[in-house]
Design a protein around this ligand. Structure first.
Ligand code: NAI
Length: 339
């Protein structure tokens, strides 16, 4: 098997997971370089993952002539610049969501990605690689629930993650609740319906964390969406699930319904005790999407090795961000917005 030599930029909440997967869990990948601003994270890469070279600037890492590909897991505001720099060095690029924070910067990076069509580019919408979502997608494609009429999506982070979110939000701009969190649900809506979102109406508040007002962030948001094919989508995003990490999706079709993770179960265990019969739930995104994070990078390596472009494109990133920004504007302007 050809081995793909990876570098990674960003070793924070998610970068650490990708780094560990590239070093240990993704067949055909070898993590040879890592970049972060934080010395302890670089020491982790060297000592725990055996990464040969670590860097404090992305530009220096890109000068490593042994690299074949780069994974971008830095704050979202750096993504488009780092995509361009990676492509211009001749590397394959896997970038975390969102691809960019503004429509303008994404529209500028797309022609550059297209210009490097011999290199592979993939965006990290990992839910498309989750076993349950793949199972549901196959059922939808096989026509088992008929035509989708409505999708309801919940994406609520655990309240236990608030401290780490505050650090993340202060590091750079997250893009706000809809670009940071709902973007996954927006991608699922597009993926399941094969249709585009054309109109949104969004609301939000910070009742649980009023301190988010000062950061320009939202804790709870909801959006109603109209799709080109007349289906309806309803999204809830939040950062205050006290029970754990709540990602749930419901697909209502003309012939039936599918629900994914109505209770966001950790496993098949039910605990019977003085509190009743209880199902343990996923505590955070690394736990819930552990396998999906491995499978998306395995797919990226496979695309490189077999010389085919990944299914998730920069246009998926553009459309999802356009909808997320429309949600933010709808909330700010208190009106229905055409996408
Ligand atoms: P974080 O704040 O925990 O980590 C950021 C990392 O980037 C740190 O290692 C920091 O040293 C490094 N960094 C910052 N500025 C840099 C620069 N100029 N040059 C090089 N390195 C730099 O952030 P987190 O939560 O890991 O998020 C990173 C990205 O991953 C974001 O775009 C976020 O949207 C995305 N993400 C995606 C998730 C998913 O479900 N697919 C989940 C969590 C994050």
């Amino acid at each position: 098997m050809t081995v793909i030599n990876f570098g990674i930029v960003g070793l924070g909440r998610l970068g650490k997971i990708h780094a560990e997967n590239l070093a240990k869990n993704v067949p055909g990948s070898c993590l040879i370089a890592a970049c972060s601003l934080v010395e302890e994270e670089l020491a982790f890469a060297r000592n725990q993952l055996g990464v040969a070279k670590t860097y404090t600037t992305y530009e220096e890492m890109l000068d490593n002539p042994s690299l074949d590909a780069v994974v971008i897991a830095s704050p979202s505001s750096f993504h488009v610049t780092q995509i361009r720099q990676g492509l211009e060095k001749g590397l394959h690029v896997f970038c975390e969501k969102p691809i960019g924070l503004t429509v303008n910067e994404i529209e500028q990076i797309i022609p550059i990605i297209n210009l490097h069509s011999n290199q592979k580019f993939m965006l990290g919408f990992m839910r498309r690689y989750d076993t349950s979502y793949r199972y549901a997608k196959k059922m939808v494609e096989d026509g088992e629930i008929g035509e989708i009429t409505l999708i309801r999506c919940y994406g609520i982070d655990p309240s236990s993650g608030m401290d780490s979110f505050l650090k993340f939000a202060k590091n750079g701009t997250s893009g706000g609740l809809f670009s940071d969190m709902s973007i996954h649900d927006i991608d699922l809506v597009r993926w399941f319906t094969n249709s585009e979102i054309k109109k949104v109406w969004a609301l939000g508040n910070n009742k649980a964390y009023p301190q988010l007002d000062a950061l320009g962030e939202l804790e709870t948001g909801a959006a109603m969406m109209a799709l080109d094919n007349q289906a309806i989508a309803f999204l809830v995003a939040g950062r205050n699930a006290v029970h754990g990490y709540h990602v749930e999706t419901e697909l209502i079709g003309t012939k039936g319904m599918i629900r994914v993770a109505t209770i966001p179960e950790k496993n098949l265990v039910t605990v019977y005790n003085e509190h009743g019969a209880n199902r343990p739930v996923s505590k955070d995104f690394p736990e819930r999407f552990k396998e999906a994070f491995i499978d998306e990078l395995t797919e990226f390596v496979s695309c490189i090795s077999s010389n085919r472009q990944p299914e998730i494109t920069a246009l998926d990133g553009l459309y999802a961000t356009e909808v997320a920004i429309a949600c933010k504007n709808s909330w700010l302007q208190n009106e229905c917005i055409d996408v």
